[in-house]
Design a protein around this ligand. Structure first.
Ligand SMILES: [Ca+2]
Length: 376
């Protein structure tokens, strides 16, 4: 029976080699479990969000120790720290919340080239990624609304979804993107160093579980959860663009070839939503026509509301103005009359086309919304 013992010993050693090599290739890190769901979120001393982890776990994920985790009862949590994850070009983030800053942060970046971040869902129960542009300043689009100098391009999207290429000034904006269940979402900043510009981006990436209240409804690129607030087009500013468009007149600030939805979460006891221009800014609705040479006091009165809006417009479903139902749902021109919609879910659709040849000096839109009480 000697050979039998020998055979068993060899088999055991062989199995051990296989098991050890598997562990070496897939280290059992602290994060790759459902347990990560149960980790408390925290805000660090640096005001960035993180996860409560032990020092060892934080180090293993190359995180930043951002102070104590706050008041918790369990022994393990008492010794936990708030751990931030700050990603660099070329890295993959599979953390519930992480940050992606420009190279040379906290300085600005004047260089060129590509900087890519991969966002991988950390668990199969993760459906969506929310990106908050805490800060976003890239070279502006050209006068026709194309991001030709700098751009943030997002790929790895679920089939049928489209995310516009972004550039210019977008601090304070956010977007939601669905994971497709197989591949990571890929964020690529492409910049041109021959264009002198102090670039800056600070993005917060938050992974959202499929069954979370935080998840944006399907098809909403932006999702606002307050009962009142403001929305604006990408690269909006009341000051005009310094760029010329393709026919050599003042270009636009808003981006070309957009088609996306801004959604508003309906609050309890709210039955309708009111939309209007931000009153302090005359240019807060300049979607089509000549906003450059017109007398600025006339802005706001030159509104167009009809299905004749075919180039750049916003669409508000089943709109009413001064108690009257409107026939069309599209709004363009140089002004928006206060408009109410009872249609649910609350929101608006943004559409722009591929050129600005019949427009001058458009900014886009900057609107306030207010959810309104149901009649008693
Ligand atoms: Ca246009």
């Amino acid at each position: 029976m000697e050979w039998m013992h020998w055979l068993i010993s060899v088999s055991v050693v062989y199995l051990l080699v296989i098991v050890l090599s598997c562990i070496a290739h897939h280290p059992p890190g602290p994060f790759y479990t459902i347990g990560r769901f149960e980790r408390a979120r925290c805000t660090g001393k640096n005001r960035l969000e993180g996860i409560c982890l032990t020092r060892g776990e934080c180090d293993l994920g190359e995180g930043i120790h951002a102070g104590p985790c706050g008041h918790t009862h369990s022994f393990a949590q008492k010794h936990a720290i708030c751990c931030n994850f700050q990603m660099e070009c070329g890295e993959t983030s599979d953390f519930p919340v992480s940050y992606f800053f420009n190279p040379e942060y906290p300085s600005t970046y004047d260089g060129g080239g590509k900087c890519t971040l991969y966002s991988e869902a950390y668990h199969k129960e993760i459906c969506q990624l929310r990106i908050d542009f805490l800060s976003f300043s890239l070279a502006p689009p050209n006068g026709d609304g194309y991001c030709r100098i700098d751009a943030l391009t997002i790929t790895g999207l679920a089939k049928g979804t489209q995310i516009p290429q972004l550039c210019g000034e977008n601090s304070g904006q956010h977007i939601y993107i669905d994971y497709d269940g197989r591949q990571p979402i890929i964020l690529t900043f492409q910049t041109t160093d021959s264009y002198v510009f102090k670039r800056r981006w600070q993005l917060q990436l938050t992974q959202i579980p499929c069954r979370s209240e935080e998840r944006a409804p399907t098809g909403c690129l932006q999702y606002y959860k307050s009962s009142a607030g403001t929305v604006q087009s990408f690269n909006y500013d009341g000051a005009g663009s310094a760029m010329m468009n393709s026919i050599g007149v003042s270009g636009t600030r808003h981006l070309a070839n957009l088609k996306y939805k801004i959604c508003i979460k309906q609050h309890l006891d709210k039955c309708s939503i009111a939309w209007s221009q931000v009153a302090s800014d005359r240019y807060s609705f300049t979607m089509t026509d000549d906003a450059s040479s017109v007398d600025p006091t006339l802005l706001g009165t030159m509104h167009v509301q009809s299905q004749k809006c075919r180039t750049d417009y916003v669409s508000i479903p089943s709109p009413e103005q001064s108690g009257n139902k409107l026939i069309g749902d599209r709004f363009c021109g140089l002004g928006l009359v206060p408009t109410i919609s009872f249609s649910k879910p609350f929101g608006l659709v943004v559409v722009t086309d591929g050129d600005e040849i019949s427009d001058m000096g458009n900014r886009g839109f900057y609107l306030t919304y207010t959810q309104r009480q149901c009649p008693v």
